[in-house]
Design a protein around this ligand. Structure first.
Ligand SMILES: [Zn+2]
Length: 268
């Protein structure tokens, strides 16, 4: 068996470690240093330069790790945006990119900004909802999507853009014999996004089962204290008829706002 003393003496005898000369050498940057020449021919270099090189190597490694982490984060963000259901034409929308032409628009935009900032609060979002009512082309989807992108990009959150008809379709499909997901799984999934946007709330033609499922989505989110943004071309009375009093109650609960986009279409 080889013991430590033997290893020591083996190393000591190795040409790599046998000193044959020691003298003073000159570094262009750091001046004089003690240089050792070994029997193997190896010559020690300026210790300051070596130390700086090592520090540089550590800094380079840290920078590379940071780049990798940033890369991973941007890939994750792309993935989250890809899975968010946000229509392509709305990607890149921001709240600051929303053009304000009237005081009414400023009120809506300020409310949207306050709502968006709530996702950054230490305790998280209060779960209160926003309802955007108004004609097509007034920027309802723009503002809602801008909030969703803020949640994904700046708050490490998840967001999903959907419509009543998509929820109804998924619920219908869940009842088929070869369904990939059960109704409960779908409701749970919709109930868990940090932000859910439900677009195209119109005069409902859903079955009773679909209306129940839609209520379950809203109610699950309410229980989970997750906020929902509802978008509709209907006026408030029509919306109440379409969604029912119980969902309207959830939308108004705890500081929920019903905002009218009562201006002309940007697209006209
Ligand atoms: Zn040096």
């Amino acid at each position: 068996m080889v013991n430590l003393i033997q290893i020591g003496s083996m190393l000591a005898g190795h040409p790599q470690f046998v000193v044959c000369e020691q003298g003073i050498a000159m570094c262009g940057t750091h001046g004089e240093y003690t240089q050792t020449k070994y029997k193997s021919g190896r010559v020690t270099k300026c210790p300051e330069c070596e130390r700086e090189r090592e520090q540089q190597r550590i800094a380079d490694e840290a920078a590379a790790a940071q780049r990798e982490a940033a890369d991973r984060k941007s890939k994750l963000i792309d993935e989250l945006i890809g899975n968010s259901g946000i229509p392509k034409r709305f990607l890149g929308k921001t709240l600051t990119g929303y053009q304000i032409l009237s005081d009414e628009q400023r009120v809506v935009l300020d409310a949207a900004k306050t709502f968006a900032q709530e996702f950054k609060k230490p305790g998280g979002h209060s779960g209160r909802c926003l309802t955007f009512l108004g004609n097509t082309g007034t920027g309802k989807s723009h503002i809602a999507v801008a909030i969703a992108l803020h949640v994904i990009k700046n708050c490490n959150g998840t967001a999903r853009f959907t419509s009543v008809s998509e929820i109804n379709r998924l619920i219908r499909e869940s009842k088929s014999y070869n369904a990939l997901h059960t109704e409960t799984e779908i409701i749970t999934a919709f109930g868990n996004y940090d932000l859910l946007i439900v677009d195209e709330v119109g005069i409902q033609s859903g079955t009773d089962a679909e209306s129940r499922a839609l209520f379950d989505v809203f109610n699950t989110r309410y229980q989970n204290m997750k906020p929902t943004i509802v978008i509709s071309n209907l006026n408030f009375d029509q919306l109440r008829d379409a969604l029912g009093e119980r969902i309207i109650d959830r939308l108004k609960e705890g500081g929920g706002l019903i905002l009218g986009f009562n201006w002309r279409s940007h697209r006209q």
